[in-house]
Design a protein around this ligand. Structure first.
Ligand code: C2O
Ligand code: CU
Length: 456
């Protein structure tokens, strides 16, 4: 008998069942529709009404899109929202034309319109998709979903693979989404912070698990602006990947800090005893609440499994010579309580709906931050001269943090910068096109924290 892992077996079983039910499963793959439209979700406690949301296929989160590394994704995006939209495939090292950035790689898809996305998946890992047009409103209304790419080989041995899209909603007293999206106070401070947290669209997300079961948890922060700091109770394990990319060595789990758009793949064992509960708790010092509860109902095995192997590396070009890198500086200024900017300048910005600047400008502009030929190395020194943390996201590439002592951090597509911090990132610009670099706190990027790079 072929020795399949449980997950491979699961995939195979699902695949053959689908083939039996739908003879045209491969056509279904190319013909599938991603339909942005209005829907409802029970986000608030049950004594409140359902919340009107915008969702892919009308649900929040949208459908899980899942395929093997190296496979192709084809989706016809149909926009039935009252507003133009687009789909960005966050973290996928994608062909530029499919990056979904309205105004840069495509025109926004008008209400009633459609756009065909098709691309291959170079890397395994945990990714996600969301609009890239008025994202600060559209994502606050619920437009997002997981995009999971399964390892070609050597997938980790786990009993379960669970996706957790963590969101932060701002609801009013009738449990409806607060429509005050363009609130300049939010834009100039920490962004739009909410009052209800959900996992996969549920306020009290619960899973039934077994004692000593091994789970892969794929955490995705889909919030507009909330930084989640997550601690585990009754489960323990390792971080095995960040922003989709495997760590060279799994790291013992402690607090998991996720800026907006960041992901962490955890491999954990349920250490809580049969009959007890384990949980993931959000605790940022100011407030503390349970994000997910794991009800331990059985025993999977008598003893915990050993430390997992690292996930197989993705084929990302490695940085060979930092000294030959093309350099750019990015000075981040503005916002409330900022020191770097003159009051008169800030007032002038606010009159244009902007609050932040990159190198003194608040609009994208005609000229890229840096332009290089394909396969050159880029090094960007970002200085956060503001009183706020920012989660900086680069499109089309993963980068490494070049630390002050010269060592390099793990591959990421989004990096959290603390107030007054200077962070250098470096990457091989091997993906041609025009790529955004912006804060993923969506109010911040709308208010000026956005620039772009050109790889020719
Ligand atoms: Cu997740 Cu420019 O986006
Ligand atoms: Cu920011």
């Amino acid at each position: 008998m072929i020795d399949l892992t449980r997950r491979q077996f699961h995939r195979l079983a699902l695949g053959s069942a689908a083939t039996l039910a739908l003879p045209s499963v491969s056509n279904a793959q190319t013909g599938e529709i991603l339909h942005a439209k209005e829907g409802t979700a029970q986000l608030a406690p049950s004594q409140y009404p359902e919340t009107q949301i915008w969702g892919y296929n009308g649900t929040v989160p949208g459908p899980v899109i899942r395929a093997n590394q190296g496979a192709r994704i084809d989706r016809l995006f149909k926009n039935d929202l009252p507003q133009a939209s687009s789909v960005h495939w966050h973290g996928i090292r994608i062909e530029n034309a499919m990056d979904g950035v309205s105004g840069i790689t495509q025109a926004a898809v008008a209400p009633g319109g459609d756009f065909r996305y098709g691309f291959t998946l170079p890397d395994a890992g945990t990714y996600w998709y969301h609009p890239h047009n008025r994202s600060f409103e559209q994502m606050a209304r619920g437009l997002y979903g997981a995009l999971i790419v399964d390892e070609d080989t050597e997938a980790p041995e786990v009993d379960r693979d669970e996706i957790m899209l963590i969101d932060d909603w701002r609801l009013n007293g009738r449990a409806q989404i607060d429509p005050d999206f363009e609130n300049m106070h939010d834009w100039g401070h920490g962004g739009r912070l909410g009052n209800v947290a959900t996992v996969n669209g549920e306020r009290k997300y619960t899973l039934e698990v077994s004692h000593n079961a091994r789970l892969r948890l794929r955490l995705i922060n889909t919030a507009n602006a909330r930084i989640f700091e997550i601690i585990a109770r009754g489960l323990d394990g390792w971080v095995v990947a960040l922003d989709g990319m495997p760590l060279e060595t799994p790291q013992a789990l402690s607090k998991t800090v996720l800026a907006p758009a960041q992901r962490a793949d955890l491999i954990v064992d349920i250490t809580a005893a049969n009959g007890e509960k384990a949980s993931l708790i959000s605790d940022d010092g100011a407030s503390r609440y349970t994000l997910a509860t794991f009800d331990v109902k059985r025993t999977e095995r008598a003893k915990r499994l050993g430390m997992p192997k690292a996930l197989p590396a993705n084929p990302v070009s490695s940085i060979k010579d930092l000294t030959a890198a093309h350099q750019a500086d990015l000075l981040i200024q503005g916002g409330a309580m900022g020191s770097g900017m003159m009051m008169t300048m800030l007032r002038q910005l606010i009159s244009r709906g902007k609050v932040w600047t990159f190198n003194g400008r608040a609009e994208l502009g005609e000229k890229p931050l840096i332009e290089v030929e394909r396969n050159e190395t880029i090094r960007i020194a970002m200085t956060n001269d503001t009183a706020w943390p920012h989660g900086m996201h680069l499109h089309g590439h993963h980068f490494r943090h070049v630390k002050a002592n010269g060592t390099m951090g793990p591959l990421r597509d989004t990096i959290l910068m603390n107030p007054k911090e200077r962070v250098e990132i470096a990457f091989v610009a091997d993906n041609p096109g025009d790529w955004l670099l912006h804060c993923h706190m969506l109010e911040h990027s709308e208010a000026g924290m956005i620039t772009w790079l050109r790889v020719t």
